[in-house]
Design a protein around this ligand. Structure first.
Ligand code: SAM
Length: 278
């Protein structure tokens, strides 16, 4: 594949494709950045890769060379011909022209045999969080996620308690994954140039998860605890059995006047398990 900007512009003209802001289309035009992401992703010939938003296929192409199969979801059907042209040499890529958020991913990946399942993507920024939440809530059995995201959003994913970035999503993600930033990416490697900085983060599925009696209750508890960030648990969780919550908090030397942003994931797990009737 020819990675030059001249070639991309020529293909865009030939296939009558215009970049669309509404789909978060900032395409990478720097081959080194692509090589770096693929190397850091650690995909190999045992890996099935899910890519959300292949765009013109620049990341897809190199992922396909290093992995067993790549299955992509692309919302923009006007990319069909251009993408087909760029990926025509490959026989291990499937492109599904659908909104990832509305796709039955478990059904789509079922026909593949693989040892490892990774998500690798330069995510559309307007739906980064819903995409990550879908991966968790649909129970897609990913081993590793390597995604380019807006710097601020990535910082929230890996935030620690007592920081302003720590929120309910940080708690969910830290329950399931070990999270680390692996790359800073200059805004100059994109077309068009975005007005925010980007980072690539890795989320590695934890091999041992602390047992949760009721995962839905945990999700709800965390969401409600952060409902009004500056309020105490006593105020945010009025509808819960507060004495059962207090029991756990006391064990960790907190009381009901604590705020959710002060609590590590382990405390939320213990509270959810104490509240659960199961
Ligand atoms: N992977 C390409 C690259 O790195 O150059 C393009 C990345 S661009 C930031 C995001 C891509 O996601 C676009 O191609 C866009 O059309 C696609 N996209 C946006 N929303 C989507 C959705 N809900 N489902 C699937 N693809 C989506």
């Amino acid at each position: 594949m020819d990675y030059s900007l001249t070639k991309l512009k020529q293909l865009m003209k030939e296939y009558n494709f215009n970049l669309k802001k509404m789909y978060g289309q900032n395409f990478i035009i720097d081959e080194n950045t692509i090589n770096n992401i693929v190397a850091k992703s650690q995909v190999d010939k045992d890996t099935l890769v899910i890519e959300i938003g292949p765009g013109a296929g620049s990341l897809t192409y190199k992922l396909a060379l290093s992995s067993k199969n790549v299955i992509c979801y692309e919302i923009d059907t006007t990319l069909k011909d251009l993408l087909h042209e760029n990926l025509k040499d490959l026989d291990n890529v499937e492109v599904i022209f659908k909104d990832f958020l509305k796709s039955n991913v478990m059904y789509d990946i079922n026909k593949y045999k693989y040892k490892k399942l990774f998500v690798v993507a330069n995510l559309p920024y307007y739906v980064t969080t819903p995409i990550i939440i879908k991966i968790i809530e649909d129970n897609i059995p990913v081993d590793r996620i390597v995604v380019m995201v807006q710097k601020e959003v990535g910082n929230r994913f890996k935030a620690e308690p007592n920081t302003k970035e720590y929120n309910s999503l940080s708690v969910y993600l830290n329950y399931f994954f070990n999270i680390k930033k692996i790359l800073d990416v200059s805004r100059n490697v994109f077309i068009p140039i975005p007005n925010v900085d980007s980072i690539v983060i890795e989320l590695n599925k934890k091999t041992i998860l602390y047992p949760l009696k009721d995962t839905n209750l945990f999700f709800k508890l965390v969401k409600d605890s952060f409902n009004q960030k500056r309020k105490t648990l006593k105020n945010n969780l009025k509808q819960y059995n507060l004495s059962k919550i207090e029991e756990v908090l006391n064990k960790y030397n907190y009381d009901l006047n604590v705020r959710a942003e002060q609590l590590p994931v382990q405390v939320f797990i213990d509270i959810a398990n104490n509240l659960s009737l199961k």
